[in-house]
Design a protein around this ligand. Structure first.
Ligand SMILES: *Cc1c(COP(=O)(O)O)cnc(C)c1O
Length: 395
């Protein structure tokens, strides 16, 4: 047998972390890495946050899981907190981002179909989007590399260029149910939706009774300097998927919706065995306790601005490598003039700095939101050293 016990779907690197300490990961053989990948925007409180650990420990000792057949004081409390903090009136808890997007897609379809509009099932989505790896969420993306071998795709998605409002108008028709969009594309390369584009989508949705669905799985939970990125556009979505940071490392996601948008989501229409279990609720509550306040959010914005300013100065020294800085808050990207993957590997293997490669020739910088001056300085030391001794492989 040559297949590995772990299904070989990931090209895993040689870094094999066994322990985390705040903003660092420690490898099997004791090597310390500065973690500016944060589990791809998951470990927003770093790796050993006492509040998060304590909340999970206490809840694990008290009650880990019960079925959704029973009342859920823990779920009600976290849902009420999210309703308080956001546009939403109601919340469905999931265990992952893809499931949160699945619920968002079902909610958008059911909004129309529960009112008898059975032909309104199509969501307009955007080129190079990433919404997860389930059948529905790969179908929602135009990225062929995620489709290959998994045909047939789920019908009901139309792809338009990110930022192309005229293209959206042209793609709309009698089957259109709404729009599904990442306000800042993460894996697509930290591409930020402009104010004009996002408010344009809101206006089109209002004029045509369509659902504006935000995938904030990566942008959400303080990452961009507000609790959710939609706040920075001065609009509200009808439905929003959140995950990644919301559990701080515990598997948790949620689909948020207004009362109007959720009109089709009635008894028996949706469910999840684990979704919203007490252990996950404790983790989510501990994360919100830490991040959902003005001081924390202001610090994320301030640290984001500081890193961005230094990055802009830094890239001036390496015009052959870097083209520009992208993103908001602590969701940052370095647009490169060469493929970012070998540079990411060089930073990782030669300088013990973890970042994430993304589409559109962009290197993602996604530190834990709790970084301080010391981690920022260490990041620039490693990045500068990495750029100075980098030799891009001949293509
Ligand atoms: C990571 C991600 C997902 C999928 O989340 P999983 O937890 O891997 O299912 C969906 N949408 C966006 C924008 C993401 O970044």
């Amino acid at each position: 047998m040559s297949i590995t016990p772990l299904m070989p779907v990931y090209p895993r690197s040689g870094v094999r972390p066994v322990r985390g300490e705040h903003c660092h990961l420690i490898d099997e053989d004791g090597t310390r890495y500065l973690d500016f990948a944060a589990g791809i925007a998951v470990n927003i409180l770093g790796h050993s946050h006492p509040g998060l650990i304590g909340a999970i420990q206490r809840q694990a000792e008290t009650l880990m899981h019960v079925s959704n057949l029973y009342g859920s004081p823990q779920g009600e409390a976290l849902a009420a907190r999210l309703v308080d903090l956001t546009f939403a009136d109601t919340v469905f808890f999931t265990n992952s981002g893809a499931e949160a997007v699945e619920c968002a897609i079902k909610t958008a379809r059911a909004y129309h179909q529960s009112a008898g509009n059975d032909d309104k099932f199509e969501l307009i989505t955007f080129a190079n989007a990433f919404h997860g790896r389930t059948m529905a969420t790969i179908s929602a993306s135009n990225q062929e590399k995620m489709h290959k071998g998994f045909a047939p795709l789920l019908p009901g998605f139309r792809y338009v260029e990110f930022g192309d409002l005229e293209g959206v108008k042209a793609a709309m028709g009698p089957n259109t149910a709404g729009f599904l969009i990442e306000p800042i594309q993460g894996e697509g390369g930290i591409r930020t939706g402009t104010d004009e584009f996002i408010t344009g989508l809101r206006q089109l949705a209002d004029e045509n009774d369509l659902m504006l669905v935000f995938d904030e799985v990566q942008t959400g939970v303080a990452r961009t300097g507000t609790l959710y990125a939609y706040e920075q556009y001065g609009i509200e979505p009808d439905i929003l998927a959140t995950a990644k940071g919301i559990g701080g490392g515990f598997p948790l996601g949620a689909c948020l919706a207004t009362e109007k948008a959720a009109r089709g989501m009635t008894f028996g229409t949706h469910g999840s065995t684990y979704g919203g279990n007490p252990l996950a609720m404790a983790a989510g509550m501990a994360v919100l306790d830490a991040v959902a306040n003005d001081e924390f959010l202001a610090e994320v914005r301030e640290k984001g601005e500081r890193i961005r300013t230094r990055l802009e100065q830094f890239i001036g020294n390496y015009p052959e490598l870097f083209e520009g800085v992208r993103g908001k808050g602590l969701m940052l990207g370095l647009r490169m003039k060469v493929e970012p993957r070998p540079f990411m590997q060089h930073l990782r293997d030669s300088h013990q700095l973890l970042t994430v490669a993304a589409g559109d020739q962009t290197l993602r910088i996604l530190p834990p939101l709790v970084i301080g001056d010391a981690e920022i300085d260490e990041f620039f030391d490693k990045l500068s050293a990495g750029a100075a001794d980098y030799r891009h492989p001949e293509s």
